[in-house]
Design a protein around this ligand. Structure first.
Ligand SMILES: NC(=O)c1ccc[n+]([C@@H]2O[C@H](COP(=O)([O-])OP(=O)(O)OC[C@H]3O[C@@H](n4cnc5c(N)ncnc54)[C@H](OP(=O)(O)O)[C@@H]3O)[C@@H](O)[C@H]2O)c1
Length: 261
């Protein structure tokens, strides 16, 4: 009989953007489960703020990624688990006319191309060892674009979803699983700043801003945002041996936000 094995003992995991928010929660959770965790971000989180091996890299820069992978291969001889968590909303709201080529390019670099570049450089060793798991952190916005708030971000996450599915099919018979996790509104500093900026720009209170944003996505049936640790629990399960038959699928973790089946 198969046991429900979620131990990550002996696994090497890289969490991009693993110093804050959802990425930090994932890094801590995977380490708790026994993995050796490497985190990367542009800035060191400060002494005492991370228990994991930190490597500085801006993932939108090809030269930084080459250095990062070189250090990983030299010090750890590759990895078993790759969490592509880096991403975010950087373009302004306001619809199509506010979005320049530069906004579109930046959003695609951060939310799509950073992941394709890192996968391309780390996958060969996974394929060699005939095992590995890659997670792409997407967003419910990929299926629920809001024209006035997140058009370019939503499009870049939809592209990430499609890429993740294609890669999963390509590597399924070679021992590498690829999955997508799509959080809804999650209580991280950028989300709180986003709500604050929206409320300030609209001349309303923080609470009214929060309610208006919830209304735009049709409300969150559970009535609250996710905690980063809740997203981390799902990721932990997906990268563990207990999820050995899962690949090519996408998991929304959104308190019921997506209104479609
Ligand atoms: N929070 C939400 O409500 C929510 C909802 C749906 C999906 N998501 C997705 O979840 C992921 C994490 O979001 P979050 O809210 O946890 O973000 P966050 O708190 O801002 O953390 C982002 C992390 O990525 C790093 N980072 C940012 N740009 C980088 C770059 N160019 N190169 C390397 N590292 C970079 C940051 O560190 P440095 O600044 O030091 O580089 C930080 O460690 C993103 O993909 C986001 O789209 C979030």
């Amino acid at each position: 009989m198969q046991t429900f094995n979620t131990s990550l003992q002996g696994k090497r995991a890289l969490v991009t953007g693993g110093t804050k928010g959802i990425g930090k929660a994932i890094a801590d959770e995977l380490a708790q489960a026994g993995a050796q965790v490497i985190v990367t971000a542009r800035n060191h989180p400060g002494e005492g703020n991370t228990a994991h091996h930190f490597i500085a890299a801006d993932l939108t820069q090809a030269a930084d990624v080459a250095q990062l992978v070189n250090e990983i291969n030299t010090k750890f001889d590759g990895i078993d688990i790759l969490i592509n968590n880096v991403g975010g909303l950087t373009a302004p709201g306001g619809g199509f006319s506010t979005l320049t080529d530069e906004h579109w390019e930046n959003e695609l670099q951060l939310n799509l191309i950073a992941a394709t570049r890192l996968d391309r450089t780390l996958l060969p060793k996974m394929l060699e060892q005939k095992s590995g798991v890659i997670i792409h952190i997407s967003s419910v916005a990929g299926k629920l674009p809001l024209w006035n708030l997140n058009m370019a971000y939503a499009v870049s996450k939809a592209a990430l979803n499609s890429y993740s599915k294609a890669l999963a099919t390509e590597t399924a018979s070679k021992g590498v699983r690829v999955l997508t996790v799509a959080p809804g509104a999650t209580k991280t500093p950028p989300m709180e700043k986003f709500i604050q900026d929206f409320a300030t720009a609209s001349g309303i209170s923080l609470e009214e801003g929060y309610q208006q944003l919830l209304n735009q996505v049709g409300g969150i049936p559970m009535g609250r945002m996710a905690a980063p640790e809740e997203v981390a629990s799902l990721v932990h399960f997906l990268v563990s041996p207990a999820a050995a038959y899962l690949t090519g699928t996408s998991y929304a973790i959104d308190g019921g936000t997506l209104p479609v089946v």
